[in-house]
Design a protein around this ligand. Structure first.
Ligand code: FE2
Ligand code: FE2
Length: 470
């Protein structure tokens, strides 16, 4: 299925056959464009950027590269191809045909899920809007903008579902997406991590590694949905999301590499005098971004999550590859609970524990990248390992929110925790130091001194390519 680029809104959903929907989306479009102008990347809107644009949703067909101005980016509505005879694959409706329209009784719940997901997309663009000025290279600047335009498109994806399937409520929610602002006291974005600041590029790499990966797991579980348009939308979004996590993993990896090189060259752990980030500071940034990102999965035990599952609207990660009854009525799942001064594993209803299960899948995935960063350290002969903090560390949501837990998973008093805080989380001094490293580098092929160049360029281009034409 191709994408019609002749339309004002590129799409593969036959928008031209649905005049009502087309008019609704065309009425929303100017608001999106003014949001992008106001809250998208600060400046650079008149510069050509080497961007990937979808021209088909088929395998290998959706990544078309060329220099474009960001305001001219072809945001549009792309759904993964329909599967023949797709079924609801889990929950009480398992085995019935997947729904092409929203079942009446699921309307409010589905709308809330779509709005919550959709709200994160423009939020991250807002969080990242000032980063262009301090990009460590043109290569990185281009990657930032690629992430930004695709998050803009993900907003389109969710807004399409709201307009196409939720009537007037959907239209109002679509407007709301353009009205909330990340970090705004009166009209914040819906989820906590999306109201935090992304003030520097180390935070950006950590964000795209940890927080975009939350997006991957949320999208993957919505891709299992019995509501077929949501499933198809999320499946296509996941193809784009992979690049965001690549930006994060390779970005942190390049910081680790430069730090390791300097540690070796100068035989010291203190690489700050040489203009790089010491490993202890990297660990503190990692602790922060991991802990705010795992909060996004919600409470360990959740009757909402159970309801989403039994209703067939939000599945588990890779639901159809799991070998069980896909109903979970009598199934158990091991969840870490707090008992006295201990954190212990307890069997709980698998239905109620679905958030925790998804968080487990996420944590395992996070750890794989951390191990690859550690391999870089090992390859440089450095005896230090970055580690994910314990899941109970620094939580705002769920059963651990009221506890004080160290990164190793030990419950301590508030006083002890406060005394440890500056060893565990970025301090104002860390942030000031990282900020001092953030000097924009705009000459093709040149990189800031606090990170290594990438191993290769984008889409077969050399590293010194003019990824952004300034
Ligand atoms: Fe996204
Ligand atoms: Fe993303």
């Amino acid at each position: 299925m191709g994408i019609d680029y002749q339309e004002r809104i590129p799409n593969n959903v036959d928008l031209s056959d649905n005049r009502r929907l087309q008019r609704a989306l065309e009425a929303w479009q100017p608001g999106f464009q003014s949001w992008w102008a106001e809250m998208g990347p600060d400046e650079f809107q008149d510069k050509e950027v080497f961007l990937r644009t979808a021209i088909s949703v088929e395998k290998d067909g959706w990544a078309n590269f060329g220099h474009v101005l960001m305001p001219d980016y072809r945001w549009g509505i792309f759904l993964a191809p329909a599967e023949d005879d797709r079924r609801v694959n889990f929950g009480d409706e398992k085995g019935k045909p997947a729904w092409q329209e929203v079942p009446g009784e699921l309307r409010g719940t589905l709308r809330r899920l779509i709005v919550t997901q959709g709200d994160t997309e423009p939020a991250s663009v807002e969080q990242q809007r000032h980063l262009g000025h301090t990009a460590p290279s043109l290569y990185d600047l281009r990657n930032l903008f690629q992430v930004n335009v695709e998050e803009g498109r993900h907003l389109w994806a969710m807004v399409y579902l709201l307009h196409a399937h939720f009537g007037r409520d959907g239209r109002e929610e679509a407007e709301g997406m353009l009205e909330r602002r990340s970090g705004d006291e009166d009209h914040p974005r819906i989820l906590g991590a999306f109201n935090e600041k992304t003030p520097d590029w180390l935070s950006f790499f950590m964000f795209t590694y940890f927080t975009d990966r939350d997006g991957k797991y949320q999208l993957a579980s919505l891709a299992e949905s019995g509501f077929d348009p949501l499933s198809r939308t999320c499946r296509f979004m996941l193809t784009e999301e992979a690049h965001h996590m690549f930006v994060g993993e390779s970005g942190v990896g390049r910081v680790v590499q430069r730090t390791a090189e300097l540690m070796r060259a100068h035989d010291t752990e203190d690489v700050r005098p040489f203009g790089a980030v010491d490993l202890a500071t990297l660990q503190r940034y990692l602790n922060f971004h991991f802990s705010v990102s795992i909060d996004l999965f919600g409470s360990e035990l959740s009757t909402n999550a159970a309801t989403y599952y039994t209703m067939g609207i939000k599945g588990r990660y890779q639901e159809t590859r799991i070998d069980d009854d896909h109903r979970l009525n009598d199934a158990l799942y091991s969840v870490i609970r707090h008992e006295g001064d201990d954190l212990v594993a307890r069997e709980e209803s698998a239905l109620n524990a679905l958030n925790e299960r998804l968080r487990d899948d996420y944590v395992k995935d996070c750890d794989r990248g951390v191990q690859r960063w550690n391999k870089i350290l090992r390859d440089h002969g450095i005896d230090f390992e970055l580690r994910l903090p314990h899941r109970a560390f620094h939580r705002q949501i769920g059963a651990f929110a009221d506890l004080h837990v160290t990164p190793e998973g030990r419950i301590v008093s508030e006083a002890e925790w406060n005394a440890g805080r500056e060893a565990w989380l970025p301090t104002p001094a860390d942030e000031a130091f990282v900020a001092s490293l953030m000097q924009g580098v705009t000459e093709p092929g040149k990189f800031a001194g606090w990170l290594a160049p990438p191993a290769r360029g984008i889409n077969g281009q050399p590293v010194d390519f003019d990824y952004v034409r300034l």
